[in-house]
Design a protein around this ligand. Structure first.
Ligand SMILES: [Zn+2]
Length: 254
């Protein structure tokens, strides 16, 4: 299932590593549809040189169906048999066809997923969840991930186990046996890692807002003697001159 998921676009929880077999027919049909109307005016309906076609059995080219097109359409029908009511195979673009197949594949993966995997897939399909996969890995902008971290992140993204299963399981510093997917580590309170992760994210938001306004603050207190901190980051005029507090929450999909 992980390979199939990886072939989906990032916005649908994949890695954008397209599967050539699944793409080939939509690419071919899309190409046929895009050039069909251009071919007829370019090629003659009668032979240019009568003498070059002796006993002329010449018939005008038929561009309504290209060679191989029927087979490609059958392939698409086999991949998404119950989704073709919404699309016209004789005029659709490659993008529309691919989107149809992606949606079908995504639905199939979701239908066959365990409850845990459904929660994971729902989370990674959220808007901007795949931004880390689209970012240019630039160390100068703190956008580069060490290889080890990237591998673990991809495993979490695709639902691949990266710790050994029992009985050779490792233990967390809190004493609990680690599950193969590292789920325990996301929520464990030992070692203050949850707060560190939260603060690291809040720092990133703070740095970004600071470049917009030098009067932004972290952990801004309310006026007077109050110790209350309504947000992690304060921006004095974020939108239409109104002061805004940003509170950062880290969601655990489990
Ligand atoms: Zn623990």
């Amino acid at each position: 299932m992980s390979w199939l998921q990886a072939s989906l676009p990032v916005r649908q929880g994949g890695l954008g590593l397209r599967e050539a077999v699944r793409m080939s027919s939509s690419a071919f049909i899309g190409s046929c549809n895009s050039v069909r109307s251009l071919c007829s005016p370019l090629l003659p309906t009668t032979p240019l040189l009568e003498e070059s076609v002796p006993n002329s059995n010449y018939s005008s080219p038929d561009f309504s169906v290209f060679p191989g097109e029927s087979t490609a359409k059958d392939h698409i029908r086999s991949l998404a048999p119950d989704s073709l009511d919404t699309i016209d195979l004789t005029s659709s673009s490659q993008r529309d066809l691919q989107r149809l197949l992606d949606t079908k594949l995504s639905t199939t993966i979701l239908e066959n997923a365990s409850l845990r995997d459904r929660a994971r897939l729902d989370t990674i399909s959220a808007p901007h969840a795949g931004a880390w996969l689209r970012a240019i890995p630039n160390p100068n902008l703190s956008l580069a991930m060490p290889q080890r971290e990237f591998i673990i992140a991809v495993c979490k993204w695709l639902g691949i186990a990266f710790f050994p299963p029992p009985p050779s399981s490792k233990r967390c510093s809190c004493g609990q046996v680690l599950d193969s997917y590292g789920d325990h580590l996301l929520g464990c309170g030992e070692g203050n890692w949850r707060n560190r992760r939260h603060n690291a994210l809040a720092d990133i938001v703070f740095e970004a807002l600071l470049s917009d306004n030098a009067n932004c603050h972290r952990e801004q207190r309310l006026c007077g003697d109050s110790n209350a901190r309504p947000g992690d980051v304060y921006h004095p005029d974020f939108e239409r001159g109104r002061p805004t507090y940003f509170d950062i929450r880290v969601r655990n999909f489990l």
